[in-house]
Design a protein around this ligand. Structure first.
Ligand code: FMN
Length: 435
């Protein structure tokens, strides 16, 4: 560690002190403590935080799970995945924007709600199923689009599609997936929704949309929260720590398994949903998409058109007025603007604008059955998960994804039972209260 002996002893002492109940006691002089550990007395809170952080680091860590079946919750997969995934790819997964605080805000949002459980209701049988555009799924937990999944496991989206099949979940495939929409639907053995990032040439965007429709996707999810770009510092920092030569894989390197032939700098076969389109007269976008783009999208397809990244009632109203079929309340898992507004806080706002006319799906920070329950109680139609299933994928491939889905489903069903709710319709606003 390169630490001097006195420094090590000081840290050990601090760890001991921070773990002591004395620190939390009313008469404890936090200012003196701050001075002692070399922090300004103006920031005793920071000093305490630092000491607690040191204590956490010094505490013995439980061993990592070695099999998916040993996981107790979805968090158990995270350190295993981190260990297995290359640092730069981990940075891509873990990053938020700026100082990543909207990731934290998404989690903290759930803590602002408490459950109001009802008793003496027969909960021996419950039904957590949800119907989305005429298809019934046994659970409201949606596998959200996450790009480049072969960066986390060699089987990438195919492993996720197989898990979605075995557990019967709705999967949404990213435009920048490392698997084509055709292959994803084949592995899922049924329809997969397609998430759209528009291209600068509308003629290409239109072909992407029509290809998804031909492949059998019943819905397209247009993501609108990155149109202003995003500052992903964690991703950049982690990439700098990665000593591998990124260019070997990303540009001109060996093709992915199953792909043969020459690969050069312009080759985009690693993003198969972005290749294979006819050269047509380009129709270049002027500026970034506006509401008019939604009309164009709707005119280009018979698929349901949803918008992902809506956080206000104003935009929800505009979407309904434009004939949009559904919304994702989303801040891209804290990777869009650093809004500091949890999606669970945006949800009631958006629901007001949607006025019950279209399904509203919420994603961002869902890690527990109680989180899902709170969103359903506020009025969400379903919820989406991103990082948790990727932790499962990175840690143990398809089995990891299956286990993450099973854990969340089980946790949610237990909360339904504990709260006396036997179906999604029975989960109402009265089942939660602000804390
Ligand atoms: C690594 C990563 C890649 C993502 N790629 C996409 C994408 O291609 N398209 C998209 O609409 N959302 C993408 N998202 C956002 C997710 O769909 C989802 O909104 C978010 O992950 C939910 O938050 P959670 O990770 O806290 O569950 C991505 C998220 C992550 C973590």
């Amino acid at each position: 560690m390169g630490m001097t002996d006195p420094e090590q002893s000081r840290r050990q002492f601090l760890a001991f002190l921070a773990a002591s109940p004395l620190v939390a006691a009313a008469g404890f002089d936090r200012n003196a403590f701050a001075r002692f550990i070399g922090e300004s007395p103006d920031s005793p809170k920071r000093a305490l935080g630092l000491a607690q952080h040191i204590a956490q680091q010094s505490a013995p860590q439980p061993p990592l799970i070695t099999a998916a079946k040993d996981a107790l919750d979805v968090f158990d997969f995270e350190p295993v995945a981190q260990q297995k995934i290359p640092i730069a790819h981990w940075g891509y997964l873990a990053t938020g924007t700026d100082d990543d605080r909207t990731i934290q805000a998404n989690r903290e949002g759930f803590d602002r709600w408490a459950l109001r459980a009802r008793r003496l209701i027969d909960v021996s049988k419950i039904d957590a199923s949800v119907s989305l555009f005429g298809t019934r799924y046994p659970t409201p937990i949606i596998i959200n689009p996450v790009g480049s999944q072969k960066a986390f496991h060699p089987e990438g989206e195919i492993a996720v599609a197989r898990a979605a099949k075995s557990q019967n979940h709705l999967q949404v495939l990213s435009t920048v997936a490392t698997t084509s929409i055709e292959d994803a639907i084949a592995a899922r053995g049924g329809p997969v929704w397609f998430q759209l990032y528009h291209q600068s040439d509308w003629a290409i965007t239109r072909q992407i949309v029509q290809r998804a429709e031909r492949a059998g996707a019943p819905a397209i999810v247009f993501t609108v929260d990155l149109l202003g770009g995003s500052n992903r510092e964690t991703m950049i920092r982690e990439a700098r720590r990665d000593t591998r030569e990124c260019i070997k894989c990303h540009l001109g390197g060996a093709p992915l398994p199953g792909i043969s032939g020459r690969v050069d700098d312009r080759d985009n076969r690693r993003k198969p949903n972005l290749v294979g389109y006819e050269q047509q007269t380009p129709i270049m976008e002027v500026g970034t998409p506006t509401w008019e783009f939604i009309d164009r999208l709707k005119n280009a397809t018979k698929m349901k058109v949803l918008i992902k990244g809506i956080t206000t009632q104003e935009d929800a109203k505009l979407a309904v007025a434009r004939g949009v079929d559904g919304l994702f309340v989303s801040n891209h898992g804290g990777r869009a603007e650093n809004s500091m507004r949890a999606t669970i806080t945006s949800l009631p706002d958006v629901l007001l604008g949607a006025a019950g006319k279209i399904p509203v799906i919420c994603d961002g920070g869902f890690r527990r059955g109680t989180d899902i329950f709170k969103a359903m109680a506020l009025g969400a139609t379903a919820i989406g998960i991103g990082r948790p299933y990727i932790w499962g994928l990175g840690a143990f491939g398809q089995e990891g994804v299956e286990t993450v889905l099973a854990i969340l489903r089980k946790e949610f069903e237990v909360v339904m039972k504990q709260s006396g709710t036997t179906s999604l319709a029975k989960i109402t606003r009265d089942h939660i209260t602000p804390r």
